[in-house]
Design a protein around this ligand. Structure first.
Ligand SMILES: Cc1cc2nc3c(=O)[nH]c(=O)nc-3n(C[C@H](O)[C@H](O)[C@H](O)COP(=O)(O)OP(=O)(O)OC[C@H]3O[C@@H](n4cnc5c(N)ncnc54)[C@H](O)[C@@H]3O)c2cc1C
Length: 434
């Protein structure tokens, strides 16, 4: 493990996979270091047990304020447990920060086949929620999906989709890792990078541990793609004071309502969505998988797990807010993400709208409640135009960042398509300088 390479990529989520694949295909010597194993072939992949095995702290990772963070540590990163939703990068990325990802995103959408699900696969109850919202004047639209129902005979995972894809319909960054390896990239799993080798403001390589054994790898270029939590932790150990100071999370909650009809639990997650860009939030159709529901409800209060029997009739509207930059991550990995006054306003605004929609969709107004807050998009910890230049380079020459850390503000929408756009754009830049 002590050796030299052209490019080291740290982390195999969408950021790392896209850069590694493109550079390997162009003939560069690439080493991809991934902290977790590759669980995709395990029998328990995509099950409740799996979600406990591959998530950081067995899915019980919390901020100081009590936000639950699901952080899969495995080949494919968080796309191993995502909802397969896609959104084009926000307009403000181009207007305010002069980053135009459109050509890279167009190419990605075509390659993966990103599109809304056909109407008959958007779910009856989910569509009922969207229609109720439309009746009320909220312009809900079918959400773009990284899901290809034609790739499987059994497109019926429902909310369990979030535990990991078992049917094969959902695109996962692991697919691009496999393609990178096929093009000659060396993938080293269970290799955790802890520190950077920096000499005279120039990157020299990385240091880390594999199965407790230290390793050191030299490289001309290092791309950190360890995610919104992993990347700032590596940078802090290497002496970057600003990394992890402040973060965004697209802080999320769900509003649940029960009707007499079937709920959305057996339907694909997030098939419809709505964005209020003025106040700063997004709404979509979503419910927790059956067995996770009572666990999450315990956090809400002692009486809530007893609503479990209503899961089959529950309709859920997910809220994601465009949260302000606040809190951050410490050297030891402690995370804080306080809500600002503005965040609380956004959340309450969205909850009022979600409640109106659920009532119109047939939910009993007396049973509607909001679940505890969670954070599924830890990001904005090594921000573009603050710690990174427009090519995603840090103040250290040839040290780049390419993951959710780079977002200059909360995206408030699905992140993966934007990260893939960044990855393609960075790979193009690296091929020009290598
Ligand atoms: C439950 C859930 C649902 C979601 N749904 C959606 C959705 O529908 N659509 C969407 O667009 N987004 C969704 N997201 C968010 C999205 O998955 C993430 O924002 C995205 O995957 C982040 O990509 P990344 O490349 O920044 O990092 P990650 O995907 O987190 O990948 C980082 C990788 O780096 C590895 N790593 C970390 N530290 C180290 C280290 N020190 N050394 C080596 N390797 C390291 C990790 O193991 C991981 O594999 C969801 C997330 C969750 C948790």
């Amino acid at each position: 493990m002590n050796k030299q390479t052209d490019v080291i990529v740290v982390g195999s989520g969408p950021g790392g996979a896209s850069v590694a694949r493109q550079l390997a295909r162009a003939g560069k010597k690439v080493t991809l270091l991934e902290r977790g194993p590759d669980y995709r072939k395990q029998l328990y992949y995509g099950t409740y047990l799996g979600a406990l095995v591959y998530s950081d702290k067995h899915s019980f990772l919390y901020t100081k304020e009590g936000l639950n963070i699901i952080r899969p540590l495995m080949v494919g990163g968080a796309t191993s447990m995502y909802c397969g939703s896609a959104a084009r990068p926000p307009e403000w990325l181009k207007e305010k920060y002069h980053v135009d990802l459109a050509p890279y995103v167009d190419e990605t959408m075509q390659e993966i086949g990103i599109a809304p699900l056909p109407p008959e696969q958007r779910g009856t109850a989910s569509t009922r929620i969207a229609e109720a919202a439309l009746d009320l004047g909220y312009n809900w639209e079918p959400l773009l999906k990284f899901m290809r129902p034609t790739h499987t005979k059994h497109f019926d995972c429902g909310a369990k989709c979030m535990l990991g894809c078992r049917c094969g319909a959902k695109w996962n960054a692991g697919e691009w890792v496999d393609q990178a390896v096929a093009a000659g990239c060396e993938l080293v799993t269970e290799a955790r990078v802890d520190d950077l080798i920096i000499d005279n403001k120039q990157i020299g390589g990385v240091r880390g541990k594999k199965h407790g054994q230290p390793f050191e790898i030299e490289a001309k270029v290092v791309v950190l793609a360890a995610g919104g939590i992993g990347t700032p932790m590596i940078m802090q150990r290497a002496g970057f004071f600003e990394a992890g100071h402040g973060m965004t999370m697209d802080t999320t909650t769900m509003v649940y309502g029960v009707s007499k009809e079937r709920g959305i639990g057996n339907e694909p997650p997030m098939t419809w969505a709505y964005a209020d860009d003025e106040i700063g939030y997004m709404l979509s159709t979503l419910i927790d998988p059956w067995l996770m529901y009572p666990i999450i409800m315990m956090l809400k209060g002692p009486q809530y797990p007893f609503t479990w029997h209503r899961w089959g009739r529950t309709m859920g509207v997910m809220i994601k807010i465009k949260d302000d930059i606040s809190g951050g991550i410490t050297l030891e990995g402690n995370i804080s993400k306080p809500m600002t006054e503005r965040d609380n306003f956004r959340l309450n605004h969205a909850a009022i709208v979600a409640r109106k929609i659920l009532v119109r969709a047939g939910a009993d107004p007396d049973n509607i409640f909001i679940t505890p807050l969670r954070g599924t998009h830890p990001s904005g910890t090594v921000r573009l135009c603050s710690m990174l230049d427009l090519n995603l380079q840090t103040e250290v020459k040839n040290l780049f960042v390419c993951d959710a850390s780079t977002f200059p503000e909360a995206l408030d929408r699905p992140t993966v398509l934007t990260i893939l756009g960044f990855g393609k754009r960075l790979a193009e830049h690296l091929l020009n300088i290598l």
